[in-house]
Write a protein that binds this ligand. Structure first.
Ligand SMILES: [Cu+2]
Length: 287
């Protein structure tokens, strides 16, 4: 009975999956933003994300192998050792070889997972020599980007009207001023929170790091493809947590130099303005 039910469930699953595929529903992902019915990561546009996707796939294959193996054992037990098929059960209780095997094999599997896992962690946390530094400050509820080498800072606010009914596409991801970086350059990100904890995350670059008041966190990325990539605040930070997206525009080196020259004029800093006044002015903007 149980076997029949399992076969029937598997058949239903296959039919549903085939119907979805036939209906043209995309399980594939795109660069920089989510798509309907996406089943996998957003496409990678940075070496760190390549590593993360590779590692995810490795662990997925291991999980599939273990699950299939355990399921096969269960099916064998159900078929061969039920009361009808096996009326007089064996009284065996120990098997040294088997017990050593089921201790050692999981250890080996965990070591195989741990080695690339630690390697990727170190890659993420060791910033290579950077071509550019940007400081992202999480505020209630928007991001400010500061380019310390060029001495300017600007706010990046959701591009929607007050009621959030009229929004620029991609909805709830587009902002008025994107963070702009050059392609194929190492960007060092300094991330901090102004009043509560936020988190700076861009899936296509494989970065996610907390923005904590009073603590400067550091991460890095190297975007290998031009385009606009979106992320969202990834730490519950208050009522507008869902409305403080991160938009990063990756451009060629010449376009970046041009943008930098324009931005220096557009976002010229008012010297000697106290930090609290800047925060208050910014805060007023979102209300
Ligand atoms: Cu936030």
């Amino acid at each position: 009975m149980l076997v029949m039910r399992l076969i029937r469930s598997a058949a239903v699953f296959l039919i549903v999956a085939a119907a979805l595929a036939a209906g043209g529903i995309a399980f594939a992902a795109d660069y920089g933003q989510p798509v309907p019915w996406q089943m996998v990561f957003q496409k990678s546009a940075a070496p760190t994300m390549d590593d993360i996707i590779w590692f995810h796939d490795l662990v997925l294959y291991i999980i599939i192998a273990i699950t299939v193996f355990v399921l096969a054992l269960l099916v064998i037990i159900i078929m061969k050792f039920n009361a009808t098929a096996n009326p007089t059960p064996s009284r065996t209780t120990h098997n040294t070889l088997l017990e050593v095997a089921w201790t050692v094999i999981p250890v080996v599997i965990l070591v195989v997972i741990a080695i690339p896992s630690f390697r990727i962690l170190f890659v993420q946390l060791n910033t290579p020599p950077a071509d550019l530094t940007i400081k992202a400050t999480g505020k209630q509820w928007y991001w400010s980007y500061s380019y310390p080498d060029s001495k300017f800072e600007f706010d990046s606010i959701l591009a929607c009207d007050q009621s959030r009914q009229k929004c620029e596409p991609p909805r709830l991801l587009a902002v008025d001023n994107e963070m702009v970086v050059p392609v194929n350059k190492v960007v060092r990100m300094h991330v901090i929170g102004a009043e509560v904890i936020h988190a700076f995350a861009v899936p296509s670059f494989g970065i996610k790091i907390d923005a904590i008041p009073g603590r400067l966190n550091e991460t890095w990325f190297k975007a290998t493809r031009e385009g606009t990539y979106y992320g969202q605040c990834s730490e519950l930070c208050g009522k507008d947590h869902a409305y403080m997206p991160i938009a990063v525009r990756v451009v060629s080196e010449q376009a970046f130099a041009q943008w930098l020259a324009d931005a220096k004029k557009k976002f010229a800093r008012i010297e000697d303005e106290p930090a609290t006044a800047v925060a208050a002015a910014g805060g007023a903007k979102t209300e």
